[in-house]
Each structure stands twice: as structure tokens, then as C-alpha cells.
Design a protein around this ligand. Structure first.
Ligand SMILES: NC(=O)c1ccc[n+]([C@@H]2O[C@H](COP(=O)([O-])OP(=O)(O)OC[C@H]3O[C@@H](n4cnc5c(N)ncnc54)[C@H](OP(=O)(O)O)[C@@H]3O)[C@@H](O)[C@H]2O)c1
Length: 366
């Protein structure tokens, strides 16, 4: 290639990089300018630096993917070396920054949030473990992250709670989620609290669990009503908050329809071509006994708190999807993607019920 055409290409590249518009500049309360550059997509730079606590979880990995795809630098605090590996290719070179952390180590939390202009807290666990009970994760842990984020001068904080968070709930998870919200609000003025409904997707504990253990979803005669929401929709809603000024309020993100476990079991059984489960309805006392016993022999099969939650209908709080710029999808639209794998191999050897395909000439009537 000639020197002049090389120069022309260089000139074009410089012009492209150097092009700036007023909308490329974002000013947050910290007065730190955030300047986006480059074409949109994986190799763009939004100028934002984001920390996602809980990035290795189900919702976290989709959020990291969406943020990185916009060209945002994402700090991904991890506990297990292997868990963070799958996050690394989600962003361009240097855009995914893994940092080891422990919820009990305040210095590590401070290091993780130091350069960020928005911090997400997705840390949560729906069962208590040997080292962390519900309170230490959902209440003390959430408050610690919010407080350190505020002390570090980060202007925006997004905390993920639960649609059913309530101080009077019979479930310890929902009670601690409500207490966590209060403590986060006290520690970080103007925090945004997101309350999603039960999430479904590839690695969910809803549709997958229904396909494997339908018996545990027949509790309460399968009459419990939930408002399932697609994990991608919640991840997109969270990612969109990067472009909003601090909202500083609680946003409920339930699914578009209230559905009973009975309906969802039918949906899963029809999509997996499995006959409806004939398992009996286990009485609550017996289910609790089994769940308690399972805690000492096998872990984490099902927790006693999960049994309690199977009897609680989802709150009928209206969703505030328009505030986050997402339209939630119906579960019937996506469920096939996630449960198709439970179809039996016999399915492939069944006789073909469709008429044989006509050749091109037969179609034309020759
Ligand atoms: N899944 C749902 O249906 C649903 C519905 C409504 C609200 N939510 C809330 O949404 C958030 C994300 O849910 P999810 O389904 O993605 O949960 P998940 O898959 O269980 O992931 C939880 C995340 O929290 C981290 N974590 C848990 N305990 C921790 C501890 N003691 N110290 C440090 N990190 C800890 C996990 O890290 P490791 O990978 O290192 O364990 C993981 O990154 C949670 O707050 C959850 O309560 C979930």
C-alpha cells in the first residue's frame, strides 16, 4: 500500500477517535467527567467504571456481559478463582478487572470500589451456610458494601433486593432482604433498590428445578402464585441504570403475569414432553422435616426457608419497568430455550408424525 493511502487511513482513524459531541460527556455529582469514545459495542469505551459485587452469580454474569458489551470497564470481585474466568472474555482487553474479595474484609471492598462511578450489590444467598447466615449476607454484608461505597465517594449505588422483601414475612430470606434495604438506605443516601421477582433463565432454580424435582413444587397444592421474570430483562434494566442519574428510590421488577406453580409445572411438562408428575402432595410439616434433615446429610438440596417460601404468593406491587426502559417478556416466549434439554433421548427415535417433505418438482405439480 502506498504511503499516501496509509496517511489517509491514519488521518481517518485520528479524526474518528478525536470526534466528540456534548452527549459524550457525563458529569456526576463527584464532578469527575466521564467521556465516551469510539464506535458503539464491545470495543467502545463508555468512560464508566463499574463494580459488580455478586458478579459470579446467575444474574451477575448477565449484567457483566451487558455492561462489558457497551464498553464499560467492570471490576469483578470474586471468591473462587474459577468462577471469574468465564467473565474475562465478556469485555475487550483490560475491560474486565477481577479482584479477589471477602465480604468480611473492608479493605478489599474499598479497593474494589475505589475507581468506580457506580457500584452494584447483587450479593445474596437463598439459604444459610456454615459461615454465612441470612443476616450476615443480606443485612450486615449489604450495609458494609453500601457504607464503604459512600465513604469512597462513589456517587451511585444500586442494591438488588427481592420483590417479596417484607419485615413481617414468615421467610427469613424476605425479612433479611427488607432489613438489608433499610440498612442500605441509612448507609448510602439516595441508593437505588431493585426488587426483581423470581428469575428464570439457563441456570435458574425455577424451571430447571421444576423439571427435575416437580414434587417440591406441588406443596400448597401448587396453588402458590409467582410473577417470574426473565433474567435478561432484569440484567438489561440494571445495565440501563449506568446512563441514569441516581434514581434514589425502590423499583419493583416483577414478571408481566402472575402464574401458579400448577400452570408452570404444566408448561415445563409440555415443553419437556414428560407426562405430568404423579408425585403426591407432601404435607408442609413433613417437607420441613425432610428439608431440616437434608441440611445435615446433603447440601444444598432444599432449605427449610425454601419450603416456607413455597407457600408465599408474590407481592402484587406494580412493576416500574418504564423507569428502566425495558419491556418484560412472557415466560412462554423463552421457557423452551431453558428446558428443552430435559426432553428424553427417546424423542429422537419416535416415528415422524409429519407427512414426508415433497420434492421441488412435486411441489410444482410436474
Ligand atoms: N434468583 C432469583 O430468583 C432472585 C429473585 C429476586 C432477587 N434475587 C436477588 O438477586 C441477587 C442475585 O441473585 P442470583 O440468583 O444471581 O444469586 P446467586 O446465583 O446465588 O449468586 C449470588 C452471588 O452472591 C455471592 N455471594 C453469596 N454469598 C456470599 C458471601 N458470603 N460472600 C461473598 N459473596 C457472596 C455469590 O458469590 P460466589 O459465586 O462466590 O458464591 C454470587 O456471586 C441476590 O441478591 C438475590 O437475592 C434473586
Amino acid at each position: 500500500m502506498s504511503t499516501s493511502s496509509n496517511l489517509l487511513r491514519l488521518q481517518r482513524a485520528v479524526n474518528h477517535q478525536g470526534k466528540r459531541a456534548y452527549h459524550d460527556l457525563v458529569t456526576l455529582p463527584t464532578k469527575k467527567p466521564i467521556i465516551s469514545q469510539g464506535p458503539p459495542g464491545y470495543s467502545a469505551v463508555t468512560g464508566h467504571v463499574v463494580t459488580v459485587f455478586g458478579c459470579t452469580g446467575f444474574l451477575g454474569r448477565y449484567l457483566v456481559s451487558k455492561l462489558a458489551r457497551m464498553g464499560t470497564q467492570v471490576v469483578v470481585p470474586y471468591r473462587d478463582e474459577d468462577e471469574k474466568r468465564r467473565l474475562k472474555p465478556m469485555g475487550d482487553l483490560g475491560q474486565i478487572v477481577p479482584m479477589e474479595w471477602d465480604l468480611r474484609n473492608e479493605n478489599q471492598i474499598a479497593e474494589c470500589v475505589r475507581h468506580s462511578d457506580i457500584v452494584y450489590n447483587l450479593v445474596g444467598r437463598d439459604y444459610a451456610t456454615k459461615n454465612f447466615d441470612f443476616t450476615s449476607v443480606q443485612v450486615d454484608g449489604a450495609e458494609k458494601i453500601a457504607r464503604i461505597t459512600a465513604q469512597s465517594g462513589v456517587p451511585r449505588f444500586v442494591h438488588v433486593s427481592h420483590l417479596n422483601a417484607s419485615a413481617t414475612s414468615p421467610s427469613a430470606l424476605y425479612r433479611t432482604k427488607a432489613e438489608g434495604e433499610e440498612r442500605v438506605n441509612a448507609a448510602f443516601q439516595g441508593a437505588t433498590i431493585i426488587r426483581p421477582g423470581p428469575l428464570y433463565g439457563y441456570e435458574d432454580k425455577l424451571l430447571n428445578n421444576m423439571a427435575i424435582w416437580p414434587i417440591w413444587w406441588k406443596l400448597n397444592n401448587a396453588k402458590t402464585t409467582i410473577r417470574p421474570v426473565h433474567v435478561m430483562d432484569v440484567a438489561q434494566a440494571l445495565a440501563n441504570l449506568v446512563h441514569s442519574p441516581q434514581l434514589g428510590r425502590t423499583i419493583a421488577l416483577p414478571g408481566p403475569a402472575a402464574l401458579t406453580y400448577e400452570y408452570l409445572l404444566d408448561l415445563v411438562s409440555s415443553l419437556t414432553y414428560q407426562p405430568p408428575s404423579r408425585a403426591p402432595v407432601v404435607p408442609k410439616a413433613l417437607a420441613l422435616l425432610v428439608a431440616r434433615a437434608a441440611q445435615s446429610v446433603w447440601w444444598p438440596l432444599i432449605s427449610p426457608d425454601e419450603i416456607v417460601r413455597r407457600y408465599i404468593d408474590d407481592a402484587d406491587t406494580p412493576g416500574a419497568w418504564d423507569e428502566v426502559g425495558v419491556t418484560p417478556a412472557d415466560i412462554e416466549q423463552h421457557a423452551i430455550q431453558y428446558v428443552r434439554r430435559y426432553r428424553s433421548a427417546e424423542n429422537f427415535s419416535r416415528p415422524n408424525v409429519f407427512p414426508p417433505k415433497k420434492s421441488f418438482t412435486e411441489e410444482l405439480g410436474y
